[in-house]
Design a protein around this ligand. Sequence first.
Ligand code: OOB
Length: 544
Amino acid sequence: MAPDDDVAALCPDWPAEFVERYVAAGYWRGETFSGFLRQRAADQGERIAVVDGEARLSYRELDARVERCALGLYRLGIDKGDRVVLQLPNRAEFIVACFALFRLGALPVFALPAHRRNELEHFCRFSGARALITVDRFEGFDHRTLARETQAAVPTLEHLVICGEAQELVAFDDLLATAPAADELPAPPHSRELAFFQLSGGTTGLSKLIPRRHDDYIYSLRGSNELCGIDADSVYLVSLPIAHNFPMSSPGFLGVLYAGGQVVLAPRPSPDVCFPLIERERVTITALVPPLALIWLEAASRGVEQLASLEVLQVGGAKLVSEAARRVRPTLGCTLQQVFGMAEGLVNYTRLDDPEELIIHTQGRPISPLDEVRIVDDQDRDLPPGQAGHLITRGPYTIRGYFNAPEVNSASFTADGFYRTGDIAVRTEQGDLIVEGREKDQINRGGEKIAMDEVENVLLAHPGVHDVAVVGMPDAYLGERSCAFVVARDGQALDKRDLARFVRGRLAAYKVPDRFEFIDAFPQSGVGKVSRKVLRELLKERFA
Ligand code: OOB
């Protein structure tokens, strides 16, 4: 799409009656991201906002950097409504770039550092991005080269901005050279306007873009802060990749900045990095996916003195088994908070003062009294408490549709605007939710989502592959891993390592199948569709 297409027109909005309802309830208050940062800088400018390694930025310094960065981007040609793909690890530059784009009304598209050629190209092309902001190298990978390759493939992509060694490209630090004069920046955006795009985990092929607005997202921050006990004295450690919706908004770094608290950035989520940071910065709360929680529990059993300040450990993104949930308080000495959320909106939390058994066995309740959560059967009829069914939802921070995807939208949303989450859940008599499973064609690998057909489509492009089907297999540590069943072309001998390398060059490493199984032909489930169910059975047999 062309950069000057009207993006807003391609993002379904809430009907007027719902806008009125959410405004009347006091949920949508007309605040914007750059507006609240400005306010915090005015109210408590000398307090520390962000800690990145040895660098400590006060609210005043953060706001000043954001203004400079906004001017730098504006002079480069980035203006209101322009999409900018942001692919940065957990560094202060992420937060600066993010708020600078918010200030301009330009729209960040939040890629993860793990994303590779196919994904990045898709985000840039599909959003019609004018710029990509990335890093020189991260975890041994050369992002600068990936940026150049992406630019060669996507005509709209005019600018590449690099954090670190930029070579001939635009250096992020150079963007910060000049402080803007009073009227040098354009008017800030309105709270009802688009603020950014999150990425969907994806169930069919490539990730969809999730349009979020200032009003709805900031409401979810405020609601989360209240339920997570966040205030100006909170210190939040960003352990997970910062661009993901969980560490961004539940309450995440944005919630904590909204409250005037302190955000500490961890370059990696491992205990050897995070435990010393928790001790040094007196961290009070952080968020993990279940496999990392298991690693932290294991590490903490060798001593938890470093974690003395930690009050809350949030775990979400995938189901935490109750045996692990039960170990959190005795082992880490803090309260567990289960978080069942989605980038499309709805977030559920166990409450900090819930009875321990609820915290261990449920995935909590929605943020908002105006979250409408229904558990329905195959005909969308409501089911009583205790009965498992499809979870569908609408509310003051759940989107009404993906960006530029009318067909997907008609399948993923009901006619009256409920989002079909693809999750199978039960609601207890008391209103707590328990996630029982999933109906969507997706593998949840320890919180990282894999759309099976995205991986299949990549493998189908391999010259030796005739056909392929990817299925999930249960795993004690990750919850699920992926297995690709491959039919070779004309009896060719295929090498598993070569297939893995083929996928790794194109997609995020977590999407590379954990296992490859060769098979002569696929079991069919009628109408020529591969039966994943039969393949999963086959996997069980081969494992046994
Ligand atoms: C979070 O967001 P996404 O968009 O990566 O994934 C959403 C999906 C949910 O539909 C569900 O299938 C699964 O991830 N999920 C859980 C879960 N939390 C998420 N399944 C079982 N138990 C949980 N606690 O993953 C996300 C976004 C914001 C906050 C937290 C997680």
